[in-house]
Each structure stands twice: as structure tokens, then as C-alpha cells.
Design a protein around this ligand. Sequence first.
Ligand code: FE
Length: 488
Amino acid sequence: MTQTLNSTESLSYDRNDWKKGYLSQPNEYDYWIDDIEGEIPPELEGTLYRNGPGLLEINGQAIRHPFDGDGMISAIRFTQGRAHYCNRFVRTQGYIEEQKAGKILYRGVFGTQKPGGWLANFLDLRIKNIANTQVIYWAGKLLALWEAAQPYRLDPNTLETIGIDDLDGILKPGDAFAAHVRIDPNCGGQPCLVNFSIKPMLSTTITIYEISTAGKLLRKHAHSVPGFAFIHDFAITPNYCIFFQNPVKFNPIPFVLGLSGAGESINFESGKPTKIIVIPRNFDRKTGGVKVFETPSGFVFHHGNAYEEENQIIIDSICYESLPQVRPNEDYRETDFTLLDPGELWRFSLNLTSGTVERNRIESRCCEFPTLHPNFVGRPYRYLYLGAAHSPEGNAPLQAILKVDLNSNQRQLWSAAPKGFVSEPVFVPRPNAIAEDDGWLLTVVYDSQYHRSDIVILDGRDLTQGALARLHLKHHIPYGLHGSFVKA
Ligand code: FE
């Protein structure tokens, strides 16, 4: 579904403002933030870690897609009502080599090519692990994640890169580890980390890992599903892992020949259904085998949450009519938002008895990056928070934070338009809170008016009261991907 606005006057943003958020940030900083509007809640103690592409070019050679940019970690430490900022690039092998050479040496999965035309890229299938998608702290390790390779371990205090990490032997050479880790808050009395890896070929292998708080492997199992699958995220319930296999086809020939990137060689097949693959987490329990459901075609990057209810699995996801893509010869910075499908929040109800799927649109406002209270992951829940467009209609950059009350169907919106552009919100529960929405939402907002980023703190109970605090950084952080909060 493509929606067009009648005139540019009705837009809540200026594309030239938005574009500036994709300028590189080559500098590394370390300072206490002293330019603050409002007040940092004194009980907010811990570190917000964010990951995302820090470099959008290498020595003036532009990368083709922001997803190909080198990972840069930001750490915002909150203590006693103050906040400290620090950022460091992940010293991946590719980052070190390219910075030394002063040029692009690797092709990017999303279309970045080495200079020199197709001949320079012909048959070069090497992958550069850019560690740019998510950053988590688990079992005493801070890990920068990128879905096609192993994590990079960092020092949680200094953000210095320690090196590639195989999770104490859990990952074998060549294994990948997805960037969308889910933490099950109660896995036999303790939290546990659930993640997957994908080997997409003519048929696709999905491997599931469950890891204890001590870093021990609790369960690992691999499953083959027919066809190529491009799976970025998944959802969990106490008994199941849920994957969406969107209808896409991969034609490797232009990629192998050096004509285009791997990501550009994926084509959406709108006539075909999306397959929903439900894999039991523990085959000892009476959950049966792998089940596959079908629903009308669409594309999903991110899931909000899932839970079990009687004989159903409910899953809330951000759906697009088709795969949003930067086509060869297009510049992502010139994206005409009005020509693309917006991401919308949909609820899928999978009936485990009948094998049928019911789907309902919950929110048509363009939205992405769903998040929730961490204790409700995989459980029935009431509140979902998202990055959203300022306007309720049409596709647009994310400028607002939206709170969706799934029980009452009410909405709250905090908007940074016209000059501000938001990133993924992260929900931090207030210590000893009881209500599900009693906590803070932390988000990085790019302020195009001053070409700097703000760390914005919102009250999860009421977004409409405005920001509790707005921490002005001395510089900008390019638009990021994902992050997590670690208690002090
Ligand atoms: Fe993601």
C-alpha cells in the first residue's frame, strides 16, 4: 500500500534535515554530559548501550547502504542523577584493515562495492563482520552483534575491542549468531538468553541456542526449512521460537559476478504467502514437532512480542506490504518516503489445533523498533512502545515515540518533529515498580537544527507530559540500530 501526501507543506520533516543524520561520526568521545534540560531521575542507574553504523563512508568512498556501516558503540552511563557519554568503534578486522588502507576493501552485504566496477568485485564473496546491529551484556561479556558472523567482545567500561568471541566454545568457526537475542525472564527460575543463527541456501538451516546466565549452553538444536530464508528477528514464548519466512527469492548470480550486493539480489515475491515457522524450545516437553503456518504475503524485520494463550500463539510484529529496499543506482539518502510502504503493527494469532492464522492490524501509523518491559518477553503483556512517524498516515521517518495500550487500545505519542528524528526506544523498569508501564523510555534523538544528538528520557506511564530530561550531546550519533540497558 503506497500512500502519497498532497503537498510537501503537509510533511512533518524536511528530507535535507533527515539526511544529515546519516553523516559519519569518525570521532571518539568521553565526557560527562552537562548540557541538560529537565532532570535525570535519580533512581535511573545503569548504562544504555547503543550500536549502529558510525561510518557511512571510508575516506570519502560512500557505502551503499547504512546497514553496511562499521559498528560504533555508544555508552550512556547514568549514576546519581548524572550521565556520562563514551563512544568507540568496534575494531573489527575489516575496520582496522580499511582504516589503514584508507579505502573500501570489502563488499557489503547490502550493496557496498569495492571501487573499480564489477571486475574489482567479481567472485569476491568474503564477508566483513561489521558488528553494527546490537550490543548486549550477558554472562559477564559485552558483545557487539551482527547477524552473519560471531560477536565481537568489548570491555564494558572502556568499550575497547577485545576480539571475536565464540561464547566459550558454543560457536564453532564460521558460525553466525543473530543480532536479535531474546532474554526469557523466567527459564526455570532464572533468565536465559535465546538466540538463533541462519544458514540460508536452497534450503535454510535455523539453529537455536539457549544460554544460561553463567554462559553455559542449555540447549542447541538445528532445523532445516525448505527454500531461501532472510530472517532478521524472531520471537519467543516459554515453549516456542517463532520465525517469519517472508516470500523472497535470492538470485546469487549478479552478486557472484560482482554486479550487485547480496542484499540487492533478494527479490520479494508478493504473490506468495509468508510462512510462520514455530519450533518448540524443548523437545522433551509435549509441544509436538515443528509447525508451519501460512499467512498472506508481507515482509517482517522485527517482532514486538509473542505469548501463549490456550491453544494459540499470539505474535505482534511490524509488517510491510513488501521488502523495503534500496535498488541499484538509488541513493538511500534520497529516499522518497512517500513512495514506500509504511511499517505497521499487526497481531497474528496462530491456532495450534487448526493450523490457521488470523491477522489483525493494530496500528496503521508508520512504526518500527518495538520494545517492551523486559519481564514480559514471551508473556501476555499490555504495553508496546515503538518509534513512529509524526503523522498518523503515510510513510515517513521516525520522529516520535508511540505507546500502544493493547488492552484499552489507547495511544500516547511524544514527537520530536519537525527537527528531531528518533531511534529505537529502550524501556527501563523503575526499581521496585509494580505497574508494567512504570519505568523510563530512553531514546537517542537526532536534532537536525543543531546537528547533534540528544538522549531523551520519557516517563513510560505518560508520554504526553513531555520529556523528563533531554541530554544534549556535543555532537551527533548517526542513526543507530539497536541497544540495551544494563543495570549498574
Ligand atoms: Fe533489527
